[in-house]
Write a protein of this length. Structure first.
Length: 583
């Protein structure tokens, strides 16, 4: 089968989903341009900063995408085959992931730009709010740990690592300069784009010429040194104003991400007439992964971000909602951003599809499969393979950067909410507290039975996929409750606390079903997946009466109990008549 045909097939449903289902959601939510968004209402030039929707889409996309839509689809394709992976990416993105992201943004801006946890607090009460905050904070700790280690692994790769590290540092420097110029000078965004995007390619070219060979410190090996350096970057990025680094870096990263997908598509198009890219990897491989876990539900939790991601709610309500200039931009940024990420996932899957099973086993790691595939696609129009490899590896590292600093900033927000800390110094203390566990995890190597060191990201990825989908399910449940109660919330005045008019939903509206049905599906998938993860550990305790310390199983068990509690609390709201009274 021809790879180009598969790519073209993916574009059709994603486009139809955006224009039709996205329009349906906009109408259902009653989006209006005349409503003042929190970005304008609470403007402070630090967290609340109104941004052009195109600029914001770039930042939002780069923050939500990261390595998830690359690693997840490639792993799922390796284990189960490309066809089931492809189908889940397309339909999951349209009917679950895009809905999750868009409705989260809308719910947040209608709660003065507050986090999704605060929205759930208004809907479900304080006790579920506290538990949900803890769940979010620990989820962010796992994300920071896993993605920091993935980035460090790229930087210590023997052949291209030092060059990619150098290019990455230059790239971050460019983002800082761009942020300063956009803020201090009347520099149009279009002109800034024309200047700084080419400079990114200069960074890619210069990086291998001046490879960054980081000296080891405190007796750490090179990878641990990089891990600690990246966590220091996370601290710095989480406490400075968003306009200085997060917005310009996000814009460049989003542009880079889109450019990578677009250039890859162009390479596939041209290569179709010269190299004839054919699908060589099997459409279906087997019903279980190497650990013996079944395709259903592991396929869904492995693909993760390429189709649906609970992490997106943190971006959507933590930073994006504070920068949305108009309510109607939620479709473009939230729903459109998710579908673009699904397309990125399809391109990533394509880098596996052109390989034979033997070639995929040789490359092994998803980042190497991705970089090799992008290099092959770009070679179709004459890009040297070495440059293309550096380009792809920098792209991979850049996507992870974009998640790291946002995840740390959000961890800071949540920790401040949990502790009630206020004041300038609280931001630094909360950020440091958020990074304590990642420091501990990444400075204590994990070894297997043979004494070999196991990369930390492989350990944390086991639960990450399932917890990520579980987070999405919980958020969708909370959004369903919010939509269920929304028609009755403001009574006859139909105004928000600021006196602005709100959409007039009719009593008995079933709009909450657009989030409740996906919530039920994702809940079943995630709980079953976590149950399979803890099964061997639980069996040893129950049947063999053998207790062993297993952090992953303990975490999975805690997540299951948390979810059951939130399901119980949510069920009470749906069932009680008081939820239908005017508040």
């Amino acid at each position: 089968m021809n790879l180009l045909l598969i790519i073209l097939i993916s574009i059709i449903p994603l486009s139809v989903g955006y224009f039709f289902y996205g329009k349906f959601l906009s109408k259902l939510l009653g989006l209006r341009d005349e409503i003042t968004t929190p970005a304008h209402q609470f403007k402070n030039d630090v967290d609340f900063v109104a941004a052009d929707k195109t600029y914001l889409l770039g930042q939002h996309l780069s923050a939500i995408a990261a390595a998830g839509p690359i690693v997840g689809p490639i792993l799922a394709g390796l284990w189960f085959g490309w066809l089931p992976t492809f189908l889940w990416i397309i339909f999951g993105g349209i009917f679950i992931g895009g809905v999750h992201d868009m409705v989260t943004i809308v719910a947040s801006i209608r709660h003065q730009g507050r986090s999704i946890a605060e929205v759930l607090k208004d809907t479900m009460g304080r006790r579920p709010f506290i538990i949900f905050l803890l769940f979010l904070w620990f989820s962010l700790v796992y994300i920071i740990t896993a993605f920091t280690d993935i980035t460090a692994s790229t930087f210590v790769e023997e052949i291209h690592g030092a060059g990619v590290a150098s290019s990455s540092m230059l790239y971050l420097g460019l983002a800082l300069v761009m942020g300063l110029l956009l803020k201090r000078l009347p520099l149009p965004l279009g002109l800034a784009t024309a200047i700084f995007i080419p400079l990114v390619f200069v960074c890619i070219y210069i990086g291998p010429i001046i490879p960054l060979k980081l000296p080891t410190i405190f007796g750490w090996d090179l990878k641990t040194t990089w891990n600690m350096s990246l966590l220091f970057y996370c601290f710095f990025a989480a406490v400075i104003p968003v306009w200085l680094l997060l917005q310009p870096r996000g814009y460049l990263g989003g542009f880079f991400l889109t450019l990578t997908a677009g250039a890859s598509f162009l390479g596939i198009l041209i290569g179709n007439f010269t190299q004839h890219f054919t699908v060589q990897y099997p459409a279906f491989v087997q019903w279980s992964n190497p650990q013996g876990l079944p395709l259903l539900p592991i396929l869904f939790t492995t693909v993760a971000c390429g189709a649906c991601s609970g992490f997106h709610c943190l971006i959507a309500s933590g930073t994006t909602s504070k920068q949305l200039s108009k309510e109607t931009d939620a479709k473009f940024v939230g729903y459109g951003g998710m579908l673009l990420e699904s397309f990125v996932a399809v391109i990533a899957l394509g880098t596996l599809m052109i390989l034979t099973t033997t070639q995929s086993q040789t490359l092994k790691d998803p980042n190497q499969i991705y970089a090799n595939g992008i290099a092959v696609f770009l070679s179709s129009f004459g890009v040297p393979k070495e440059f293309a490899l550096n380009f792809a590896l920098l792209a991979f590292a850049t996507f992870v950067y974009d998640t790291l600093d946002v995840a740390t900033r959000l961890g800071r927000y949540i920790f401040q909410e949990l502790t009630g800390w206020r004041g300038n110094i609280s931001a630094y203390l909360a950020t440091a507290a958020t990074l304590v566990l990642p420091v501990i995890f990444l400075t204590h190597p994990i070894k297997d039975a043979a004494g070999n060191i196991i990369p930390s990201w492989k350990i944390f990825w086991t639960v990450f996929g399932s917890s990520n989908q579980l987070l999405a399910a919980i958020v969708l449940l909370g959004l369903s409750l919010w939509l269920y109660k929304e028609p009755f919330r403001h009574g006859k005045s139909n105004q928000n606390p600021q006196g602005q008019p709100l959409p007039n939903y009719p009593n008995g509206s079933k709009k909450f079903l657009v989030t409740l049905i996906p919530s039920i599906f994702m809940m079943m998938v995630a709980l079953l997946s976590l149950g399979l993860i803890i099964k061997p550990w639980a069996a040893d305790i129950i049947f063999k009466r053998q207790w062993r310390m297993d952090a992953i199983s303990l975490t999975a068990t805690a997540l299951i109990l948390l979810t059951l509690f939130l399901i119980f609390e949510g069920g009470k709201i749906f069932l009680t008549k008081s939820s239908r009274k005017t508040i």
